[in-house]
Write a protein that binds this ligand. Structure first.
Ligand code: ZN
Length: 358
């Protein structure tokens, strides 16, 4: 963050006023033109031409994010924003900071004492203007956000000094409403639920995956009972997804590629009704899509034998015991995970690269 305001970065008031603060959307990448940051030798997941950025950003945003400018202190719209939610990159929607990390540094720029995890930001040495500083860049699109200083007042000792113009804000209430309005659920069974959960967690547009039991009758089944094969329950995964981001047809394409839908009550060495192949639909539309996908696979002889997947309405999904949730992620060293789950995930990742979370 530059501490001095440079007059050639002065922004017309109008563009400050038209800057849209709330942006919950994660704009989809439209990869065209050349990477505007190519001269720096970096490759970003979202690369756009200068013209594209000019068309999608306000002049003030462009000045900060692309030209590495600095907005005038105490002018940013998000400086005094105290709502709960997440701060995003104004250029690409990448979530960068939680409101919990925001503090008033009195410098005139929004300040945060830590970034979100999982490499949302890139830190670079910045020796411009005769100073040694650390530049903060969006890891998704390469947009310039501000600078990081090691003089923060909290336990992290960090002060991310970020231009308000480089940020969007998605309030917690908006995000929850959006999720509620744009989520659908389907339950699938295709053998041991550990690997199926780990695979669906990697799909873009899938917001939650739980493992559990479906298709039986007695209430509140336990793993010990289900594993006898006598309860009617199948090991299942409940997939919550945003239909605007991933289609059910793609969820089912993945499903039919990660298990064998031609064996009755059997997946590899796992035998029993609890390992049957089944799609538990929640509505008529899902039933129709399931029938279409199965019909297409049969018609094109994708499998040597007939598909035996049972398509039935979901009566109830019972969540499995806590130790089964996220089993693969928590037990990667375990024998079954190494021998069976890991190769399955690797195969899936190769086949469905374009559907993976970025
Ligand atoms: Zn970005």
């Amino acid at each position: 963050m530059k501490k001095t305001f440079r007059t050639h970065f002065a922004i017309p008031l109008l563009s400050v006023l038209v800057f849209a603060v709330t942006s919950c959307a994660q704009p989809k990448s439209s990869v065209t033109g050349t990477d505007s940051r190519k001269e720096e030798g970096a490759a970003f997941a979202l690369s756009k031409s200068i013209e594209d950025w000019q068309n999608t950003l306000t002049p003030e945003q462009f000045n900060v994010l692309i030209n590495k400018g600095t907005e005038r202190a105490f002018t940013g719209k998000l400086l005094h924003n105290d709502k709960k939610g997440n701060y995003t990159c104004a250029a690409c929607g990448n979530e960068l900071f939680s409101s919990d990390a925001k503090f008033d540094s009195k410098t005139g720029w929004p300040s945060f004492d830590k970034a979100m995890e999982n490499g949302k930001l890139i830190l670079k040495k910045d020796n411009t203007d005769g100073m040694e500083r650390t530049e903060v860049v969006c890891a998704r699109c390469g947009g310039h956000l501000g600078h990081l200083f090691e003089d923060g007042p909290t336990a992290t000792g960090q002060r991310y000094c970020i231009n308000s113009a480089a940020l969007g804000f998605c309030s917690k209430a908006d995000a929850e409403a959006k999720l509620a309005n744009h989520s659908d659920t389907v339950v699938l069974a295709g053998g041991c639920f550990w690997s199926i959960q780990a695979i669906y967690q990697k799909l873009e547009g899938v917001t939650n995956v739980a493992v559990g039991y479906s298709g039986g009758t007695k209430a509140n089944p336990r793993y010990e009972d289900v594993s006898t094969g006598n309860t009617g329950y199948a090991e299942s995964v409940q997939i919550v997804y945003n239909p605007n981001e991933i289609k059910l047809v793609d969820i089912l394409k993945v499903f039919f590629s990660i298990h064998n839908p031609t064996t009755v009550n059997k997946q590899g060495a796992d035998v029993g009704t609890q390992y049957r192949s089944a799609i538990f639909y929640n509505n008529e539309q899902q039933k129709k899509v399931a029938a279409e996908v199965i019909g297409s696979l049969q018609k094109n002889n994708v499998f040597d034998k007939a598909i035996v997947t049972i398509v039935q309405p979901l009566s109830k999904f019972y969540k499995a015991e806590d130790y089964h949730q996220d089993y693969y992620n928590n037990n990667k060293g375990q024998g079954y995970c190494q021998a069976v789950v890991a190769p399955k995930i690797e195969k899936f990742e190769k086949a469905f690269q374009d559907l993976l979370k970025k």
